[in-house]
Every structure is written in C-alpha cells, then in structure tokens.
Design a binder for this molecule. Structure first.
Ligand code: MTE
Length: 318
C-alpha cells in the first residue's frame, strides 16, 4: 500500500479499506494514517543532500498531516527494527517476536483520570466515529522511514477516561513478560520499557496510537497490538506493545533517559541543531535511498508543533 494523494485514491480502494477495517474488530476506530518513522537512537547521522520540507499542499483537499513522500518498502519497515525485548540486533525482532501473544490484550488506564480501569483492546479502540484520513508524517535520526500507519489520535482515547486537572503528563508502559519477550532476561535496559509525553503533546492530533501499518495489523516486530507514534520526535518515543497508559502529575521516567540521561532527554524532539553527545544530528538517511539529507527541525512538523515549545530552551530540554 503506497501513500498517495487522497485525490489519487479510487473510491473502490477506499471501500476495500473500509471492509478491511470492519473485518478486524480491533481496527474499527482506526483512521488511515500515513506516518513516518522510527529511528535508532544509537546511530549517527550522515552526509550531504537536500531536505524536502513537509509543506502542506495547496488545494481544497489539503490535509495538514499528509505526505506525498514515497513510503519505505514494507520489507524494510518490518525487517529492520528496534525492539530490545527481542534482542538488540535490528534483525532480532522479526526473528523472535513471534513469541508475543497479542490476543487477548488489555490496557490499563490509570492515574489522574475520572474513570480509571483495565479494558480490553477492542473496547479501547472502539470509536466514537470511524474516520479515514491520510497523515503526512516523518521521523528522523540517523535513518528514517515513511510508513503508512493505521491509527487513532491518542487524544481521542484519553478524553474518554476524563483526565483530571492534575493530568500534566502521560506515561506509557510495555508488557513485562520475559517468557514472551526473551530479551527482558538481559539487563540491556531496565524493564519494562517506559515512555512519556507532556499532556499537550499527547493530546496533539499528530500523536497516534497505531494498530496497523500498510493496511494490515501491526506485525509483532513493529509493536503489536498497539504502539505510540509521535512523528516530530525521535523513534525511541514510539513505545511498542503498550499495556498501561497512566495520566500523571509529574514527569514520568523513560527507558532511554534512565539508561543514558546525557544522551536521551525526555522531549527527544527531532532537532538538527542539538547534537547527540556522540554524533551530529544534522543529517539522516532514508532507508532505501543512497543520498543523505539534512534533518529538519521537528521532523518537518514545525508548523504544527513548534508552538508547544515556545519559550523553552530546546538545548537544555532536549
Ligand atoms: N518499544 C519497546 N517496547 N522496546 C523497544 O526497544 N525501541 C524504540 C521504539 N519503541 C523500542 C520501543 C526505538 S529505539 C525505536 S527506533 C522504535 O521503537 C523502532 O520502531 P520500528 O521497529 O517499528 O521501526
């Protein structure tokens, strides 16, 4: 499934997508989301090239989240992964993530909410109204991908649980089960994998909970059955196989920040001007391309998200 302009998609294709969504109960609420990707926090950036900023296309059908960029090959997006619960090599998740059982699956919604509870994935995703849309999303670090996601804006889900006025952050947790996730027997990270967002970042319409990609359920190695996608941040914020979403008063701990606080900050916004201590962040390579290109502030989404960081020193809060 390629990302194309909405006006280039035939209605017959939309119908088949619709049927697909209805066939899979858990995807009932999913919007058709073209998203960008996921990056290795441990790789350096590359050389010369020209950036193509994600300027919204003009026209009546302009969707501010859409991209016309060529999607990464499905094969690359599902064979070159980071999912340390299944090993640290990029090929490990595809080889070993088959041991993860993604049904039944429940997610606990806890903390600063009026209606906490543990709910079944299908109920969590059941929509107020199904919608179809194409997002222009892209993430970068040393390498980048462009991925057509199926997902639901996280904010829509959070609202259903009635966050209290004390909800200033959102914390996410991955399943902890070394039997299903053999990489958790190694101490490469403190398990379970944790991530967090500020509440305004979590409620931003670009932020999605992804349940599928390329028109299919998420492959296990890509974070089935439910993963976060925050396109203006480095890929390590995209926590996979989520079992808990906790609304919090204070900034939650995050796995990579706990592991190496000088290298991985809480915000992790894509920023060519803030180097990783061990390498430059100025350039990136799109998987499947030879040329390298300059990295763009907020991954090309400055128009949509820069206001979230007004008055904040992005060098200090990286
Ligand atoms: N989530 C969990 N639970 N465990 C992980 O190791 N790796 C992160 C993120 N989410 C990771 C995770 C990192 S470092 C990246 S770059 C992306 O997932 C990779 O997503 P992808 O494999 O779908 O490309």
């Amino acid at each position: 499934m390629l990302i194309r302009r909405a006006d280039a998609i035939k209605s017959s294709e939309i119908t088949s997508l619709d049927l697909f969504l209805r066939r899979r109960e858990f995807l009932r609420g999913a919007g058709w989301v073209a998203a960008g990707a996921v990056l290795a926090p441990t790789l350096a950036c590359g050389a010369e090239g020209e950036a193509r900023p994600l300027a919204p296309r003009a026209g009546a059908d302009a969707n501010p989240f859409r991209t016309d960029e060529k999607p990464t090959a499905f094969k690359d997006a599902t064979r070159y992964n980071n999912f340390y619960e299944f090993g640290t090599d990029k090929s490990d998740p595809r080889r070993y993530a088959g041991s993860l059982r993604t049904r039944p699956w429940s997610v606990a919604i806890t903390g600063e909410v009026g209606k906490p509870g543990t709910i079944d994935l299908d109920d969590l995703l059941r929509p107020h109204s199904a919608e179809e849309r194409i997002y222009r999303l892209r993430c970068v670090e040393a390498w980048s991908m462009v991925i057509p996601w199926l997902g639901i804006p996280l904010g829509e889900i959070i609202k259903r649980f009635e966050p209290t006025s004390g909800a200033r952050y959102v914390a996410f947790k991955t399943l902890l089960d070394p039997e299903q996730m053999p990489g958790q027997r190694s101490r490469v990270l403190d398990w379970p994998y944790l991530e967090g967002l500020r509440i305004d970042e979590a409620m931003h319409p670009l932020t999605i909970l992804a349940t599928g990609m390329y028109g299919q359920e998420l492959p296990n190695q890509n974070g089935a059955p439910l993963r976060l996608v925050v396109p203006w941040k480095y890929g390590f914020k995209s926590i996979k196989s989520i079992v808990e979403i906790r609304l919090a008063r204070t900034e939650p701990p995050t796995s990579w920040n706990l592991q190496a606080p000088r290298e991985y900050g809480f915000f992790a916004n894509v920023n060519p001007d803030v180097d990783h201590p061990r390498w430059s962040q100025k350039r990136e390579r799109r998987i499947g391309e030879l040329r390298k290109r300059p990295t763009i502030l907020f991954n090309g989404y400055a128009d949509q998200v820069a206001h979230l960081y007004q008055g904040i020193d992005l060098r200090k809060y990286f």
